[in-house]
Design a protein around this ligand. Structure first.
Ligand SMILES: *[C@@H]1O[C@H](CO)[C@@H](O)[C@H](O)[C@H]1NC(C)=O
Ligand SMILES: *[C@@H]1O[C@H](CO)[C@@H](O)[C@H](O)[C@H]1NC(C)=O
Ligand SMILES: *[C@@H]1O[C@H](CO)[C@@H](O)[C@H](O)[C@H]1NC(C)=O
Ligand SMILES: *[C@@H]1O[C@H](CO)[C@@H](O)[C@H](O)[C@H]1NC(C)=O
Ligand SMILES: *[C@@H]1O[C@H](CO)[C@@H](O)[C@H](O)[C@H]1NC(C)=O
Ligand SMILES: *[C@@H]1O[C@H](CO)[C@@H](O)[C@H](O)[C@H]1NC(C)=O
Ligand SMILES: *[C@@H]1O[C@H](CO)[C@@H](O)[C@H](O)[C@H]1NC(C)=O
Ligand SMILES: *[C@@H]1O[C@H](CO)[C@@H](O)[C@H](O)[C@H]1NC(C)=O
Length: 621
């Protein structure tokens, strides 16, 4: 029925006859309007909402859930906006447009009426009803788009192999999240019992889930990127971002897991995402009661085969950083001074000042002193200073990875020099094929001149002995970042996950190095940990490592609790600890300590990453 109407109108338009069209004719059952570019007349609908530059109308609904019966009418003319009131049944003319900001080429387009005119008010005080999400319609919970159809779903490579706008697929709103939100574009909807999923962004916007089925729900109330039942990554399309209130009120500051009053607003697309623009700001009605607690994983005092290992991206730590005492407190109090700590993003002694300084011994000494001040634990540290400005990150900061270690619990295996920035470490076979392998440089860097590490941190490798004879190889990573990635709800399908090619090459080099250790000693204890800047659901990146090692989370944590980061709508894991079989077989454990992502507000967060602690055994039964 609907389709025959739109064919009639296209035909009519093409022969220059104007016909009255409905809102549903304009919206159609795909992304783009079948009437885009045409002037339409006598479009009728009830005004559902008004904002500073637009109003929204609801036309007659059709049975077909693919077709929205809401529509935005854009005008910056205050006379025109002043002609209509919420509840008016209006008739109007205008140009059907697919709007995309010229500065946002990857945005989807928004169907709207521009240059409205001939506005007549047919009647007033009509009832305005919203569609109640979770009751009238519910979003699908796993995939974003029918075009993300290779092996890793929305995280597949190659990325940007098709575009949603030009493909303009017919909507499948029960299956694909973007199709669901598109099928409600312009409609007035209500989110009952919303919970926020992240801190608000710098524009005061925040993501929510509502009173409907969700997947990947963690104990805090956020939604984690997991694998769905069909084995594909779950992108959490069942959530939506709440924009600036239409009445000029101000949204509250949010965090993961805050309960809010019901939100009613119009569905739109802007800034790369489907939004609800609320009629008015919601209020906070509940907050999670629990605060992050210290890890339960500790190691015995004195000589032991058990070691605790911390891992923490300490976000551009410089000697004078205001957050240094808090980082020290996290390591001392919340991580409970692990025997060995992998840290990333340690800046040089002059911080972001670009003056040729590359050593970070002052930065690390201050951190160690601050930890000792709180805990009486006196760490030692090792690093390899990078070549100035070659490892990416904040300009002038020369961030690098480093280890803090407790000398009474472990020492660097002697007999090899410390490597320099350009020295490629190799596995050193045991002398006369007796004993155990070590490293040619201790510590050393993996293939530091390989293009895989251009503008990126080189992994810091070390080999350690414990007093009871356990030997442990460690690789501390900070892979190239996702910075510059485009929206997961944009035109490019799959979305452009920036740096994925480089991270793939980086993991391949690390995996070859791990293989070389295992070749020398199949029973070697190895821990590869750090900030991978990638989710394990991007299997194309992790596959060579997964063949050799096991991620600790998989052994001990429920899928939804595997997170160290929150970005946009998703809690997610960028920080990982992988162990070799020898470690895996001795009952290792891991905890993520949510000191940052459970902060009550954005400003209380110390680093963007949560730290983790593992407990492993490196000798004994
Ligand atoms: C649009 O409405 C006007 C006035 O209500 C009417 O005169 C005109 O015939 C209508 N046009 C169409 C194409 O229905
Ligand atoms: C605004 O709309 C009114 C009514 O259609 C019109 O008379 C006026 O010229 C418009 N103003 C501008 C600046 O376009
Ligand atoms: C108003 O309607 C008339 C006749 O139907 C049409 O010529 C004119 O273009 C319409 N105005 C606008 C702004 O669409
Ligand atoms: C619409 O409702 C308002 C307030 O409820 C009232 O003042 C007004 O007279 C009503 N208008 C019509 C046309 O019924
Ligand atoms: C991702 O998309 C960008 C931009 O289109 C392209 O340059 C890059 O090669 C793609 N990478 C992968 C791994 O698909
Ligand atoms: C995706 O590819 C198209 C065509 O090559 C290109 O124009 C566009 O900029 C790419 N998008 C992104 C986000 O890289
Ligand atoms: C840092 O290293 C320099 C050069 O080796 C040395 O002179 C200085 O004492 C060290 N500072 C600290 C705090 O370790
Ligand atoms: C040690 O702690 C004291 C008291 O909390 C503080 O005043 C001092 O600045 C701290 N020193 C270091 C090196 O962190």
């Amino acid at each position: 029925m609907y389709n025959s109407v739109s064919r009639c109108c296209l035909l009519a338009a093409s022969i220059g006859v104007s016909l009255a069209v409905s809102v549903t004719d304009i919206q159609g059952n795909a992304y783009r309007s079948p009437l885009a570019g045409q002037t339409v007349h006598n479009v009728t609908g009830v005004v559902t909402a008004k904002g500073p530059t637009s109003f929204w109308i609801a036309g007659e609904a059709v049975e077909d859930v693919r077709v929205s019966h809401g529509l935005m009418v854009f005008s910056q003319n205050t006379t025109i906006l002043g002609q209509v009131t919420v509840g008016d049944l209006v008739s109007l003319s205008g140009l059907v447009s697919e709007f995309r900001s010229s500065t946002a080429p990857n945005d989807l387009t928004l169907t709207e009426i521009t240059f409205p005119g001939n506005i007549s008010i047919i009647s007033q005080n009509n009832s305005v009803t919203s569609l109640v999400l979770g009751k009238d319609r519910s979003p699908p919970t796993q995939q974003l788009s029918s075009l993300d159809n290779s092996g890793d779903g929305f995280l597949s490579v190659p990325n940007n192999s098709t575009r949603l706008d030009s493909s303009n697929p017919t909507l499948q709103p029960t299956k694909f999240g973007l199709d669901f939100w598109e099928s409600l574009e312009g409609q007035l909807v209500t989110v009952a019992k919303p919970f926020s999923l992240n801190f608000e962004n710098r524009f005061g916007e925040f993501w929510v889930r509502g009173n409907w089925k969700v997947t990947g729900l963690n104990e805090r109330g956020g939604l984690t990127i997991t694998f769905g039942p069909d084995g594909l990554p779950d992108a959490n399309p069942e959530v939506v971002i709440i924009g600036k209130p239409l009445d000029g009120t101000k949204n509250p500051a949010t965090a993961i897991g805050l309960g809010l009053s019901d939100i009613t607003g119009v569905v739109t697309y802007q800034f790369g995402f489907f939004y609800i623009l609320p009629l008015t700001a919601p209020t906070i009605i509940s907050r999670p009661s629990e605060e992050a607690s210290p890890t339960t994983l500790t190691s015995p005092a004195g000589k032991s085969c058990t070691l605790t290992i911390g891992d923490y991206n300490i976000e551009n730590l410089a000697p004078t950083s205001a957050h240094l005492p808090s980082i020290a407190n996290h390591i001392a109090t919340f991580l409970r001074t692990p025997d060995l700590v992998f840290v990333q993003e340690v800046q040089d002694n002059s911080g972001p000042t670009d003056d040729g300084v590359v050593s970070a011994n002052v930065t690390l000494s201050r951190l160690v002193a601050a930890i000792a001040n709180i805990s009486q634990v006196q760490y030692e540290f090792i690093e390899i200073a990078p070549i100035d400005k070659q490892d990416g990150g904040q300009p002038g900061g020369n961030i690098r990875s480093a280890y803090l270690y407790r000398p009474e619990k472990l020492r660097l295996v002697p007999g090899s020099p410390a490597g320099g920035a350009l020295d490629a470490v190799k596995v050193k076979p045991p002398p006369f094929f007796l004993g155990r392998p070590s490293l040619t440089f201790n510590p050393g860097r993996i293939e530091p001149t390989s293009p895989a590490w251009d503008s990126s941190r080189k992994p810091l490798v070390a080999v350690w002995d414990t007093p009871l004879g356990g030997r442990l190889f460690t690789i501390n990573l900070h892979l190239t970042s996702k910075s510059g990635s485009v929206s997961t709800q944009g035109d490019a399908r799959p979305f452009v996950n920036l740096g994925v090619d480089q991270r793939t090459s980086q993991v391949a080099l690390v995996s070859s190095f791990v293989k070389s250790i295992l070749k020398a000693d199949p029973f070697a204890n190895i821990v590869v940990a750090g900030d991978f800047n990638e989710f394990v659901q991007t299997r194309s990146v992790f596959s060579p490592l997964e063949k050799l090692m096991t991620e600790l989370d998989v052994l001990t944590l429920k899928p939804a609790e595997r997170y160290t980061y929150v970005f946009d709508q998703n809690t997610q894991q960028l920080d990982h600890m992988f162990v070799s079989n020898s470690v895996r077989l001795r009952d290792p454990q891991i905890e993520h300590v949510h000191v940052n992502n459970w902060a009550p507000n954005f400003n209380a967060r110390i680093s963007d990453h949560d730290p983790s602690v593992a407990r492993i055994r490196v000798c004994g039964a």
